[in-house]
Design a protein around this ligand. Sequence first.
Ligand code: PHE
Length: 344
Amino acid sequence: MENTDLESLKTSALNAIAKASTMDEITLVRNEYLAKKSPLMALLGKMKDLDPSERAEYGARVNSAKGEISNALDAKVKILEAKELRAKLESEKIDLTLPGTSEEQGARNPFYVVKDEITEIFLGMGYEVAEGPEVESDHFNFELLNIPKDHPARDMQDSFYIDDNTLLRTHTSPVQARTMQAKKGQPIKVICPGKVYRRDDDDATHSHQFAQIEGLLIDKDVNLGHLKATLELFVKKMYGEKRQIRLRSSYFPFTEPSVEVDVSCAECGGKGCSVCKGTGWIEILGGGMVHPNVLTMSGYDPKVYQGFAFGIGIERVAMLRYGIEDIRRIYQNDLRFLDQFKKR
Ligand code: PHE
């Protein structure tokens, strides 16, 4: 075999390797020059035709050419791999200085913020949360609260009736009676947040559905002073240390005496302004000492046990706190309204 055949084969292989610029091209070159049926292998195959004295030297030459080609291929593979890695890193480069895409953060409806805050304040004073149904019987909603049929107080709480004896509860007070019956004569300290319904024409301060937090404490030797101290603590935690409360006598069939509770106006500090309509006070809740009839009807002896109860309108607290002028805003889910309560 001619030396030049081998030399030119090697040269063209090395040229092809030098020219190859991708891994695919290198694979092609490798197949062309080193595969079983390649010309180089054919040259090796010719060895058997040679005179035995020439075979060793011939074999060594072909093998050394093969080794050179193979080394050149391996070296090129390394170069190309490095090049590809560099290209990949380049293309995947992250620009840490680019501004990020931020998620739009929602806001909690101020109603729930206030409801949770009130609940937390009373939990902190050792109250438990009690619940009752929104579809309530006349018995629990009225009768057990000392509001018999034909009692004029029913007119103030006209409701949605399901049938003659079933209605959407008009206040959270039926939970008082339910809790008393469940506790069977044991002391009680509960609050009950929940929805209530009244047949009202909706306007800026009225809604046919709203929410209250009822409070009920029953124990021995409980008096009006305990109620006042409890509500004072609540008001200071809710509205700030500087707020004061004022109790005015009022009437509820299920409490005696009954009170209406005002808080000193945060806007003017009590001097009188448009928010408090010139009085310096804003009414926030009703309450009183649990009426002996109510205690008796649900199994508590009024000579042994006394209690106080109160009902807070949640929306009213939220409206005062945030200066919301129309109760309907709380229910409408208008993002322009809700966005104002985002934490900043
Ligand atoms: N249930 C009364 C209302 O809805 C509020 C209240 C609760 C008053 C508890 C006294 C005691 O108006």
